[in-house]
Design a protein around this ligand. Structure first.
Ligand code: COA
Length: 179
């Protein structure tokens, strides 16, 4: 039997899935899992990209907010976040930046277990507002976040400008001016 088949919802919510702080040995597993889950072409305009620097930077800057879920010694999910305190504001924000569960292990309560631990860490850190973001068509994530109690969705539109043509025009101008 595949490991994922032996894990049912109730078991995941109980003791079989262990959530713990990420260690340096988990970096490669988490990175490769994210590569499968966060396809670059699905979110070309978002302000964060899933790459090895993103994972390593978060791990080194916010180790205590980087969690993994383990089942039978295999990493099956992760939650990576950070906190932000804004100047001239007493409010501290918590951001859950990346949350992922291996496809075979989804809908078994793994993300919920990761999120509960993350939320407890945010409570301990005196975070007042917890924020997540996702693409509007990511129905899995939206379903999950709503279930965890997130609300008040704010629309945020990304606009983009391709500077290639402008660069070409500038280069042509430089050439015709003899530079
Ligand atoms: C979003 C994601 C992390 C959810 O992980 P998961 O382990 O499957 O979630 P859980 O099993 O803990 O779900 C808990 C509850 O959330 C809701 N939920 C989870 N997935 C859902 C889905 N696809 N559609 C609707 N509701 C969903 C359900 O209410 C679920 O409880 P139920 O299974 O008893 O109905 C997972 O789908 C994933 O890794 N997606 C790809 C990466 C991604 O988009 N990450 C989020 C943005 S960073």
């Amino acid at each position: 039997m595949e490991p994922a088949e032996s894990l049912n919802h109730q078991k995941a919510r109980k003791a079989l899935v262990k959530v713990r702080e990420m260690t340096i040995d988990d970096l490669a597993d988490v990175f490769h899992m994210g590569e499968k889950l966060f396809l670059a072409d699905k979110a070309p305009n978002t302000y964060r990209a899933w790459d090895e620097y993103e994972v390593a930077d978060l791990f080194y800057s916010d180790t205590e907010y980087c969690l993994v879920a383990e089942f039978e010694d295999e990493i099956i999910g992760f939650a990576l976040g950070t906190t932000v305190s804004k100047s001239r504001s007493a409010w501290k924000y918590g951001y859950l930046l990346w949350l992922g569960v291996l496809p075979g292990f989804q809908r078994k309560g793994v993300a919920e277990k990761l999120f509960q631990r993350f939320k407890n860490l945010m409570l301990q850190a005196n975070v007042r507002i917890l924020v997540v973001d996702t693409e509007a068509d990511n129905l899995h994530a939206l379903g999950f976040f709503r279930e965890q109690g997130f609300g008040n969705p704010q629309e945020h539109i990304y606009l983009s400008m391709n500077l290639d043509q402008e660069r070409q025009r500038m280069n042509l101008r430089k050439k015709s001016n003899g530079h």
